[in-house]
Write a protein that binds this ligand. Structure first.
Ligand code: FAD
Length: 356
């Protein structure tokens, strides 16, 4: 049983389904509108290996050849993907991407149960018992192996002894906006400012995403829930405003706020269970690696779970691989934050200067 049909859960399901009986459960019939649309170039290898690449190309996600950042100095620095052996990154139609993964899991034999919310779990006689709500009705399901892929806020595995450790208090306020003319530019833009950092990119549907990241316990966080205050903040950053955000940017609706901190579940696996994707560990969006990691952990958790079903002890290898990824992520993140010294006395940056 896999809880969560996001990128990690659906990827685990589509890899496991040809080998064993898989039930994929999600609280939502369709993915919710959310931020997180930049897919790292290396994902191409995974999509090819898992037989997903042709569909991915057909689905019309937008290649993105240029990144620009204002980080460590006031001048924008550009980097292109021309020398990346994996090619460009992609700007996803996130809903379409997730629906495709779900549909592929079903086509390969997984049963998809939506909308069904898992309320609690407990050790069963063989494996794990889950209590769900399916259309308001309670339902009990037995799993020989449970994979928790229900995202960064998951506490599903706490009753089995796991706990989540948060490493910072990063949150993100984001706003979608209409732009009068469809922008030719496909630049992904990041800018460090004194209380956090900005991210903006044009989306495949012609809208623009504008997002500000800061710590939940800093005064700047008070501006995240108001479109006018968020835009006022963006205007103060002349480079962001003049170079990237078209002056005709017209906000659509209210900003949304979500958690964006680094966190890790400990342990990552136990008797008859595994955590994958953000439920295992969540990344700072600065890394742009969350989706890549969700796809990769979906693949390797499928191998480890299948090993458990066959009585082969692949759990330690799964945990060791995940821990290696986590350590590399922490070191890179620390290295990247350390290159920004202009506001080293401001709390947002001072908190990120210590050892990783
Ligand atoms: C602000 C922000 C920006 C980001 N930008 C990027 C980016 O540009 N590029 C990138 O690669 N990554 C980005 N990420 C990270 C990326 O979105 C995540 O890493 C990725 O979504 C993780 O996939 P997942 O399948 O593990 O979890 P999720 O995508 O969170 O999916 C979890 C699923 O579980 C379901 N669920 C939850 N609880 C239950 C329950 N009790 N019962 C049943 N179902 C349940 C949910 O409905 C959901 O479908 C960003 C993250 C943030 C916070």
């Amino acid at each position: 049983v896999i809880v969560g049909a996001g990128p990690a859960g659906a990827t685990a399901a589509l890899n496991l389904a040809p080998c064993c009986k898989v039930l994929l459960i999600d609280a939502r019939s369709e993915p919710s509108p959310r931020i997180g649309e930049s897919l790292a170039p290396a994902a191409r290898r995974l999509l090819v290996d898992m037989g997903l690449w042709e569909d991915f190309l057909r689905d019309g996600h937008t290649p993105c050849y240029l990144k620009q950042s204002v980080w460590g100095a006031p001048e924008p620095v550009s980097s292109d993907s021309l020398r990346d052996l994996d090619g460009p990154s992609y700007r996803l139609d996130r809903r379409r991407f997730e629906m495709r993964l779900r549909a592929t899991a079903e086509a390969r034999g997984a049963a998809l149960l939506v909308p069904a919310r898992v309320r609690s779990i407990a050790r069963g006689q063989v494996g794990i018992t889950l209590q769900l709500h399916l259309e308001q009705r309670p339902l009990a399901v037995q799993a020989r192996v449970l994979i928790d892929a229900s995202g960064r806020n998951s506490r599903l595995l706490y009753p089995l002894g796991a706990t989540r450790r948060a490493y910072d208090a990063l949150i993100c306020g984001w706003l979608r906006g209409r732009v009068r003319q469809r922008e030719p530019s496909s630049v992904t833009y990041t800018e460090a400012v004194e209380d956090g950092y900005w991210y903006t990119a044009a989306l495949p549907d012609g809208q623009r995403m504008l997002a500000f990241h800061t710590d939940s316990n800093l005064p700047a966080a008070n501006d995240l829930r108001s479109a006018s205050r968020l835009l006022e903040r963006a205007r103060r950053s002349s480079s962001l405003w003049s170079q990237v955000v078209d002056s005709d940017f017209e906000a659509c609706g209210r900003p949304r706020v979500c958690a964006a901190h680094s966190s890790m579940l400990e342990p990552l696996s136990g008797d008859h269970w595994f955590a994958a994707g953000d439920a295992a560990f969540s990344f700072d969006p600065l890394s742009s690696q969350g989706l890549l990691q969700a796809l990769y952990s979906g693949l390797i958790v499928a191998q480890a779970a299948y090993g458990t079903l066959l009585g082969k002890p692949l759990q330690p290898a799964y945990v060791a691989m995940q821990q290696r990824i986590w350590r590399a992520y922490r070191e890179h993140l620390h290295g990247f934050y350390s290159t920004e010294q202009r506001w080293s006395s401001r709390p947002f940056w001072a908190r990120r200067m210590g050892a990783p």
